[in-house]
Design a protein. Structure first.
Length: 169
């Protein structure tokens, strides 16, 4: 690589069309495990600022790398099992948690934190990542959220809207 070539390549990296991504992750076939996706569904009909994109990330992990790349802010919503009361709402950043256990052995075992780490290694990590987690009740087969978790969805929507400076409409 010749001098100046790296700068040219950096400028040519694709930039997402929206600077803020609201990402719902989870498996909607496992009841409350799908709460992140259900929050995205609840926000679909809302008027959001032009710089905000909603994404149903489902159970994808490494596939989300391109969607996360170079964003100013990513707000993730997911079920989080921390052993507290059902419907407990958590707000944290990736730096607040650590990856436990062994390294993944295949790309199917790569989670959100690992994907964000890879984005950092590639130089395209989002500038800010905020994660909203909801303590689930049911994670067995089922398409519906438990009443406790469904009841917290409007609160999560309001908090997420506050993060992007938008009012509910």
């Amino acid at each position: 690589m010749r001098p100046g070539e790296a700068k040219r390549q950096e400028k040519e990296r694709p930039v997402p069309c929206s600077s803020i991504l609201i990402l719902g992750v989870g498996n909607i076939l496992l009841s409350d495990e799908g709460v992140g996706v259900r929050v995205i569904e609840a926000m679909r009909e809302m008027k959001l600022p032009n710089n905000v994109e909603l994404l149903d990330g489902g159970t994808a992990s490494l596939d989300l790398l391109e969607s996360l790349a170079n964003r100013d802010k990513v707000i993730v919503v997911d079920a989080v099992i921390a052993g507290n009361e059902v419907g407990t709402l958590y707000r944290f950043t990736p730096g607040d948690i650590t990856i436990q256990g062994q390294n993944p052995v295949s790309v199917h075992e790569i989670g959100l934190l690992e994907t964000l780490t890879i984005a950092g290694y590639l130089g395209c990590a989002p500038r800010e990542v905020i994660i909203y987690g909801i303590e689930p009740k049911e994670t067995g087969l089922g398409l519906e959220l438990s009443s406790e978790v469904a009841g917290i969805v409007p609160k999560v929507v309001e908090l997420v809207l506050g993060e992007v400076g938008s009012k509910h409409t």
